[in-house]
Design a binder for this molecule. Structure first.
Ligand SMILES: NC(=O)c1ccc[n+]([C@@H]2O[C@H](COP(=O)([O-])OP(=O)(O)OC[C@H]3O[C@@H](n4cnc5c(N)ncnc54)[C@H](OP(=O)(O)O)[C@@H]3O)[C@@H](O)[C@H]2O)c1
Length: 245
């Protein structure tokens, strides 16, 4: 699929990895539906950059993806605003340390609702509209830890493992018109507040002995959208080798 003139919805687009993905899509000529939750000022800045630097249309959509009604409203609002959506990037996510014995239902739900239920309901609404239109691409931003879970982040890892199952199931359900693929980032941008020692340990455990960048994820997403239309249900690790370590 060529992105030129197409409409792409990126969730959690205002900052960090989502921002890099949104900018890469705009650079390739896409019009952008930029979803954000709390980062309104950053989202506005990004929309200005998309319009100013690339001359592309950018519209902002606020939604709490933990709220399933808000997810459905988001899908409807984007479809109403642009008429069609050609690309959906499920990027927004909650990532909190949740040690066994210290995890309550609220924190479990926050991860599963935002990281798994929201991509399902967005993909259901937008994926079916894409199928009806005859083309579409969904990129699910998962995590290598969905395959190799961390002990202290069980709800997050379970949500990402579920997202990988959803990725495969949607690839079948939305074929042949829509291709659905996952990117599995490794350490591309450490959580804010990670100290020097934690950073060093992450690099040490990564075969390529460095961190990646949000642009590495953006390039993988671009490949899955523009590089080939014969890839679906795939999982592309962008993890410096963590999955095979
Ligand atoms: N960073 C990494 O090294 C890394 C590694 C592996 C996987 N990943 C995956 O890559 C993706 C992006 O990573 P990241 O580090 O950029 O993510 P992040 O900064 O942790 O979160 C991305 C965005 O998710 C949005 N979000 C959180 N809760 C939400 C809610 N209830 N409703 C709506 N939006 C919500 C936030 O939007 P607002 O700011 O607007 O509130 C946030 O900016 C995620 O799916 C992550 O799991 C990242």
């Amino acid at each position: 699929m060529r992105l030129q003139g197409k409409v792409a919805l990126v969730t959690g687009a205002a900052r960090r990895v989502g921002r890099a993905v949104a900018l890469a899509l705009a650079q390739r000529g896409a019009k952008l539906a930029l979803h954000y939750h709390r980062s309104r000022a950053e989202a506005q800045r990004l929309a200005g950059e998309v319009e100013g630097s690339f001359g592309r249309e950018a519209a902002l959509f606020a939604a709490d993806l933990a709220d399933v009604r808000a997810v459905e409203r988001l899908a409807a609002a984007v479809l109403r605003r642009f008429g069609a959506v050609h690309v959906l990037v499920n990027n927004a996510s909650v990532y909190e340390r949740t040690r066994l014995g210290e995890t309550d239902r609220r924190r479990w739900d926050a991860h599963l609702d935002t990281n798994l239920r929201a991509p399902f309901f967005l993909s259901q609404a937008i994926g079916l509209a894409m199928k009806e239109n005859g083309e579409g691409k969904i990129v699910n931003v998962a995590d290598w830890a969905g395959r190799r879970p961390y002990a202290d982040y069980i709800p997050y890892c379970v949500s990402k493992a579920g997202l990988l199952c959803l990725n495969a199931a949607l690839a079948k359900a939305l074929a042949p018109q829509v291709q659905v693929n996952a990117v599995l980032p490794g350490p591309v941008l450490l959580p804010e507040g990670f100290g020097y020692r934690a950073r060093r340990n992450v690099i040490q455990a990564t075969p390529l002995k460095r961190l990646g960048s949000p642009e590495d994820v953006a390039q993988a997403a671009l490949f899955l959208i523009e590089g080939s239309d014969f890839v679906t249900g795939a999982e592309l690790a962008v993890d410096g080798g963590r999955l095979v370590a």
